[in-house]
Write a protein that binds this ligand. Structure first.
Ligand code: NDP
Ligand code: MN
Length: 382
């Protein structure tokens, strides 16, 4: 049976962190964050202050690295078991929010192993010990509203996208002052990640009448605001923060496609940020998929006012407009241009293609794909 799941509450606006005051009545909050960006911006102190004022005892778990590891997840779960919070507040980019989601699972179920939850929709029932609040600081992953958590196994360099509606946060807080401190490159990469979410969701096999309008609105707002956001416009940054969340609401339910399958498998191996991989891959993935869903891509192109009389022309306009956007955001058009050597590619292409076919995102891609074709798409993007 189709299902559509979102967080229970969503607060948004320039000072939305203050809405943590609604947690009054809970006892203990563990705050999970990344390196130093949230402290530098004063957002971590604000989070602690509002929680304390609401009567909660707080504990900080900091230092979640970008593309979080299995080890960090277990360390955080142990800290949770020692502190016994009834609220988990994750503040930061997709990495600390994703890590905190996985910590949550192992906090509630210490006997489970990573292997036990690796397959989609096999998670045990959460919220027996704590609820989950997410405050995103980047405008891209939308982890604050999604059923996903991406954890990296560094012994194999493979990213595991954990997936289950159980890990959809209970409360999302979109404080539009937080993404204002993002450096330009991060703004570009996370913004293109969000665009890829929305475009992949709009053509994914699990799309629905609920996910479609969210995807189209997200795409249109991202086209309106990403380049200005990159160039530092404050209103555009606020608009992107909301748009990426709309994209998240869409793809959490509609799922994704092979741009993400390949991004998950190339990111760690090529050492390129997730959003940047998506930005490079997206035009080539659209070309591959358009054999089966040209009309859907044409609808996107029309919705954002691109030129073209036929669906084919509209799809070409869409592909060109994404490449143009990458150029304006100083993102490379290919992996090669991004510095990936032929040796590195050749040493890994078979493994990448085989793993990408097995990635959960491949199952919802509109056009089926085998290892040979996956290699071809990757070669086009090289
Ligand atoms: P990260 O969370 O990895 O953060 C990247 C860097 O940005 C960190 O160094 C961080 O610094 C810094 N940073 C974050 N916010 C700010 C800010 N407001 N100002 C200044 N610096 C900031 O970035 P992403 O959000 O792109 O997350 C990427 C991860 O999310 C990947 O692992 C990806 O696979 C995953 N992902 C998850 C999805 C999901 O549905 N759950 C969907 C798509 C991707 P510091 O550490 O100091 O805070
Ligand atoms: Mn993504």
């Amino acid at each position: 049976m189709p299902r559509f799941t979102l967080p229970r509450d969503l607060y948004y606006g320039p000072d939305a962190i203050s809405e943590l005051k609604n947690l009054k009545g809970y006892k203990k909050a563990i705050i999970v964050t990344g390196g130093s960006s949230m402290k530098k911006g004063g957002f971590l102190q604000k989070t602690e202050a509002v929680l304390k004022e609401a009567g909660l005892e707080t504990m900080l778990f900091e230092g979640v690295e970008p593309d979080p590891s299995i080890e960090t997840v277990f360390k955080g779960a142990k800290a949770m078991r020692d502190f016994e919070p009834d609220v988990i507040v994750a503040i930061g980019g997709g990495s600390p929010i994703d890590a905190a989601k996985a910590m949550w699972v192992f906090y509630e179920y210490p006997e489970k192993s990573f292997e036990d939850i690796k397959d989609p929709f096999t998670m045990p029932k959460l919220r027996q010990k704590a609820i989950f609040v997410a405050i995103p600081s980047t405008s891209g992953t939308a982890s604050e509203v999604t059923a996903f958590s991406v954890i990296t196994d560094y012994s194999t360099n493979i990213k595991y996208p954990l997936a289950d509606f159980e890990i959809t946060p209970d409360i999302a807080i979109l404080d539009t002052s937080i993404p204002q401190t993002m450096p330009k490159k991060l703004t570009a990469h996370t913004g293109m990640d969000a665009l890829t979410h929305a475009i992949e969701a709009y053509v994914a096999t699990a799309r629905s009448d609920f996910s479609d309008p969210l995807a189209i609105k997200a795409i249109s707002d991202i086209y309106d605001s990403l380049v200005d956001s990159y160039n530092g416009d404050k209103d555009a940054r606020a608009k992107m923060h909301i748009a990426q969340c709309l994209a998240g609401m869409s793809f959490s339910n509609a799922l994704l496609g092979i741009a993400h399958s390949l991004a998950h498998k190339t990111g760690a191996v090529f050492d390129i940020p997730h959003g940047c991989c998506n930005a490079i891959l997206l035009p080539f993935v659209i070309q591959y998929n358009s054999k089966v869903c040209m009309e859907r891509y044409a609808q996107i192109a029309k919705a954002i006012g691109l030129a073209g009389y036929t669906d084919k022309q509209l799809v070409n306009s869409l592909v060109d407009s994404i490449k143009e956007m990458n150029k304006k955001l100083n993102i490379a058009q290919t992996y090669k241009e991004n510095g990936v050597s032929e040796e590195l590619l050749n040493a890994n292409i078979d493994k990448i293609a085989a793993n990408a076919v097995l990635d959960p995102c491949t199952a919802s891609n509109p056009r089926p794909i085998d290892v040979e074709n996956m290699k071809k798409v990757l070669m086009c993007a090289y």
